[in-house]
Write a protein that binds this ligand. Structure first.
Ligand code: GLA
Length: 565
């Protein structure tokens, strides 16, 4: 952890030791009082581990009633999934009418909720589950129903009034979407969104009920430079946030259309955002559709393993009563869920990426580590991973005990992890390294995150790998592996360090000197400690690009890096 801190000294905020007390230095219109996080009773921060539960959207969209919701809530209990942690049932869009009542209150759609919302909330609570609801920070939801935000053209917000109503129903979780946000003249879109989310945060605080706050704001900036600015402020207001594209939804007219590409895409954009995440603040890669139509069992294992390696929220969106026993076994796998819910909450490091596979590594709270290998290809893949590739000491005395979390098989005292990974599957192990391995260093790829082309369904368009001297399409070559040292040096697999000499990035023998130290900022810049300029690439967006040292710009795509976590 000390090494992580040393690379993150450039943040414009200071966090208190435990979560829940955020001391923020904000220079904007947001008062400091409005941003202290509201903890759950007993001092435990809200969402100390990634939220888990169920939401109707990706399976039903607007085709549901109160009974659909309650049937799924009961199925969570009867399948045993609730007992495994899937405990929050959230009603997504379309629950409300287009107009408010005479007092300005939201009105549930009487066809879907003939007895109103309170009895539904009570029934969910009676099952021992928590109750979540959807609203929007704009004047209308994405479906066009009444939103909490300012009317088009300006006017009164309803955040506080709506938060009071939600609290009176017993809401425990709010997903606040961000369609149709009115941007007043003279304000930027980002300012308008920030005001709306700050207002909701203040409203939730004012009603005094611990309500987990899921923010959708960043998703409305994906593909723009402001994306990173929004990702920097959402953590001051809520516990989790959607950063991008929706996961593909189920459609009854083509139920078996593959949705695996969508799983891979959401995984690809979520993975480089580890620096924004910590207990109580989660990147949300969107719903778990594993087990539903459109994914094979292998693909379902992949989504569960990848989301768990990323400590992403696990919010199912399927018809729970129709899940097969195999699907329930995947979703309910205790050991995989424990990786997701690990108290450290670390994002996986991308250790290695080839055309066919990704290797991921994640340290766990009890000193174990988790390792996963995704096989994106159409054929089975044999893998062998040596401890040194994962950041452990390069000595034959380093041995691993490993358990494959899908089949429970254990390997003891091995010098390498070995598996054959079927097409589209993901193997996941929990490992314990012997004393000779030492603690793992932060080792893996150092990628340039190219967020410019939205909906670019190509992993290569999204993240490219640093090699000595340039940035290339990731191929899995040894020279794509780097170690971030506790002093903030970047050591290549060849044992040399990235340094600045005569104003240029060069590789040198590693020495403890400032010319080899880099400061990593929350916005993703690598700033030379000696030269104060940023590591970037020269030239266009694709192909091989030479490294350069440049004046630091604000959210320039050729200066935004993702490091081993
Ligand atoms: C957006 C969100 C989805 C869902 C719909 C509802 O697309 O990203 O998760 O809430 O709105 O309209």
């Amino acid at each position: 952890m000390a090494l992580k801190r040393s690379l993150e000294t450039n943040h414009s905020h200071v966090m208190g030791g435990g979560r829940g007390i955020a001391v923020l230095l904000l220079r904007t219109w947001v008062g400091a009082a409005a941003v202290a996080a509201l903890g759950a009773p007993g001092g435990k921060p809200l969402a100390a581990t990634p939220p888990m539960g169920w939401n109707d959207w990706a399976h039903y969209q607007c085709r549901y009633t109160a009974n659909t919701i309650l049937d799924n809530a009961r199925a969570l209990v009867s399948t045993g999934l609730a007992a495994r942690g899937y405990d929050t049932v959230t009603i997504d869009d379309c629950w409300m009418q287009k107009d408010r009542d005479a007092r300005g209150n939201l009105q549930p759609n009487p066809k879907r909720f003939p007895k109103g919302m309170k009895p539904v909330a009570e029934a969910i609570h009676k099952l021992g589950l928590k109750f979540g609801i959807y609203e929007d920070s704009g004047y209308a939801t994405c479906g066009g129903w009444a939103g909490s935000g300012q009317p088009q053209g300006g006017g009164k917000y309803h955040f506080l009034q709506d938060a009071r109503l939600f609290a009176s129903w017993g809401v425990d979780y709010l997903k606040l979407d961000a369609c149709n946000v009115y941007v007043p003249p003279g304000e930027t879109k980002e300012e308008a969104y920030r005001k709306a989310y700050a207002a909701e945060h203040a409203a939730l605080k004012a009603v005094g009920r611990p309500i987990v706050f899921s923010e959708s704001a960043p998703a409305y900036f994906q593909g723009t430079p402001e994306w990173y600015d929004v990702l920097r402020w959402v953590r001051h207001y809520g516990q989790l946030w959607r950063e991008g594209t929706d996961i593909a939804t189920y459609h009854a007219d083509h139920p078996d259309a593959s949705r695996f590409h969508s799983v891979l895409w959401n995984y690809a954009y979520n993975l480089p955002l580890g620096r924004f995440q910590k207990p109580g603040n989660w990147n949300d890669a969107d719903f778990i559709i594993a087990g539903d139509r459109g994914l094979s069992l292998a693909e379902s294992r992949s989504q569960m393993a990848l989301w768990s390696m990323m400590s992403a929220p696990l919010i199912l969106s399927s018809d729970v009563a129709k899940l097969s026993p195999e699907a329930i076994a995947i979703l309910g796998n205790r050991a995989v869920i424990a990786v997701d819910q690990d108290p450290l909450g670390r994002m996986a490091t991308l250790v290695r990426r080839t055309g066919e596979m990704d290797v991921l590594f994640k340290p766990l709270a009890n000193g174990d580590d988790a390792v996963a290998v995704l096989n994106r290809s159409a054929a089975a893949l044999k893998v062998e991973l040596r401890p040194a590739q994962l950041g452990f000491a390069a000595t034959s005395a380093c041995r691993l005990d490993a358990q494959n979390l899908w089949n429970g098989k254990r390997q003891s005292d091995v010098g390498a992890l070995e598996a054959e990974v079927p097409s589209h599957d993901t193997v996941i192990w929990r490992i314990r390294a012997s004393a000779a391995c030492g603690r793992p260093t932060r080792t893996g790829t150092l990628t340039l995150t190219d967020n410019v082309r939205r909906r670019q369904h190509s992993l290569y368009g999204y993240a490219r790998c640093l090699v000595p001297g340039s940035v290339e399409a990731c191929s899995g070559a040894a020279e794509e592996s780097w170690t971030v040292t506790p002093q903030g040096a970047l050591r290549s697999s060849g044992g040399r360090c990235l340094a600045v000499a005569y104003g240029k990035p060069v590789m040198q023998a590693c020495r403890a000197e400032r010319a080899q130290h880099w400061r990593y900022t929350l916005l993703g810049n690598l700033i030379s400690a000696a030269d104060h300029r940023c590591l970037g690439t020269a030239g266009g967006e694709s192909g091989s690009q030479k490294l350069a040292l440049q004046p630091c710009g604000h959210n320039l795509p050729n200066q935004i890096w993702s490091l081993p976590n």
